[in-house]
Design a protein around this ligand. Structure first.
Ligand SMILES: NC(=O)c1ccc[n+]([C@@H]2O[C@H](COP(=O)([O-])OP(=O)(O)OC[C@H]3O[C@@H](n4cnc5c(N)ncnc54)[C@H](O)[C@@H]3O)[C@@H](O)[C@H]2O)c1
Length: 417
């Protein structure tokens, strides 16, 4: 049993805190958000996340903003945000600030682990020097989080992890800790740099492959080929093909952000990541492409977006969660408003930011729909209720029954179908 301090109680840190408590460790949670701290201390999840709601037990995590409490811990895990700024450059200020707070309270022999996604070299070049200011000996490692919020099969408990320390003892100590909480392989790599590079490669792999399939979708759409049928066909190859799906855009705090960390870092050592930049460009073009699909359909009956009543289904960047960071919905809504459409938004997971209170209210106020988020509430909606009311559906996630929509007399356009 360890005493663990977890810094940053968000989509990454809070499930980790819950898991550590579940496995019998003594957990202190540090955050700068008072509101979050208060909720956690009364056992209420501050996030719409099933894993947290199920596993957050009142009193199991002592949440606080008092960093001196980390003195009592043996292991300190940092899970703070790593966004990009307006110029798409890495913003490490949250990491730096939290590590400064750790450094001021560091005790000899503590293990510090960074879970936040960063570019290769951050742990050695940024974190280590800040901790060294404490004058105390410490262990330091990077163990990138791979959590996929909303995923019921692969949770924080059963996803294998990669660990790399700034020296061999740090790697071993960190791996030993993760083996006490995770029932999957813990892979030890040679350095923190390799662990950081592993995470960046995983996420850029996804961004690049999604960009590839988005490009195929745009091409096949012009050729009158349904990309979903093609992906199904290609997926029958038992090796060397991995299906990715086109959509209205890539959002979230990871896939749409992390490539910029490597692009910027590599530029610093004189390498231009052309492939990664192109992937970002293609994926960033998808919200506009999606709105254009509606525009083109309207044009066929001599209409345009000005004054059109458009219902936007979903604000979150992906289904069944409430996370709006970098969501393509924001861009879709912005473009629609620029084109003077009357926009109504509904997201059952984010009522506070929704214009409509229910799906039926949204349908009542709309003639056209753009589905942005594949929430179950939208996937499983009663399409019959749209009959005679909605004229066009743009299915930005290809998650509706195309034939059923068409059979109801509604025009259907998906991404690449
Ligand atoms: N969300 C995901 O699905 C996911 C998956 C894998 C990796 N990651 C990575 O994990 C990291 C955290 O992401 P997240 O989604 O949990 O972010 P989040 O915004 O949900 O949570 C971060 C928390 O850190 C707190 N915080 C900020 N500065 C702090 C400070 N100085 N001291 C203490 N707390 C502070 C914030 O108040 C917030 O509660 C990022 O690097 C992200 O790229 C995220």
């Amino acid at each position: 049993m360890y005493k663990v301090a977890i810094i940053g109680l968000g989509y990454v840190g809070l499930p980790l805190a819950c898991l550590c408590a579940k496995k019998g460790h003594k957990v202190i949670g540090l955050d700068i958000d008072k509101n979050k701290i208060d909720k956690i201390n009364i056992g209420v999840s501050p996030l719409d996340d099933e894993y947290i709601k199920k596993n957050l037990k009142k009193g199991a995590i002592v949440a606080t903003d008092d960093f001196s409490k980390i003195k009592a811990a043996e292991i300190i895990v940092i899970c703070v945000p790593t966004p990009v700024n307006k110029e798409h450059l890495p913003d490490l200020s949250f990491v730096e600030k939290s590590v400064e707070s750790v450094s001021k309270n560091l005790e000899k022999g503590q293990l510090v682990v960074l879970e936040s996604t960063v570019y290769p070299g951050t742990t050695e070049e940024i974190i280590k020097p800040i901790l060294e200011k404490s004058g105390k000996a410490f262990y330091l490692a990077h163990c990138p989080e791979r959590i996929d919020p909303g995923n019921k099969k692969w949770t924080i408990e059963n996803i294998p992890r990669v660990v790399g320390g700034t020296n061999h003892e740090s790697t071993e100590k960190a791996a030993e800790f993760y083996r006490t909480i995770i029932s999957a392989d813990i892979i030890e790599v040679k350095s923190s740099k390799e662990a950081e590079a592993t995470k960046i490669m995983e996420n850029t792999f996804r961004d690049v492959n999604i960009a590839f399939i988005n490009e195929m979708a745009k091409s096949f759409d012009r050729a009158g080929i349904d990309i979903i049928d093609v992906i199904k066909g290609a997926s029958s190859k038992p090796f060397a093909f991995m299906p990715h799906y086109p959509g209205v855009g890539v959002g979230g705090h990871c896939i749409s952000v992390d490539p910029h960390y490597l692009i910027a870092k590599a530029r610093g050592y004189g390498f231009e990541h052309e492939f990664l930049k192109l992937a970002r460009k293609i994926n960033d073009s998808m919200p506009e492409y999606t709105v254009e699909l509606l525009e083109k359909e309207l044009k066929k009956s001599g209409k345009d977006l000005a004054g059109a009543k458009v219902g936007v289904l979903g604000l979150a960047y992906k289904g069944n969660i409430d996370d709006i960071r970098e969501s393509p919905a924001v861009e879709v809504i912005k473009i629609l408003k620029e084109k003077k459409a009357n926009v109504v938004v509904y997201d059952p997971h984010i009522p506070i930011k929704s214009d409509a209170k229910t799906l039926s209210e949204l349908v009542d106020k709309s003639d056209y729909l753009i589905l942005v988020t594949a929430h179950d509430e939208f996937r499983n909606m009663d399409l019959e209720k749209l009959k005679g009311k909605i004229k066009i559906i743009i299915d930005g996630r290809n998650c509706l029954d195309k034939n059923k929509v068409i059979a109801l007399g509604i025009k259907y356009k998906g991404i690449g179908r």
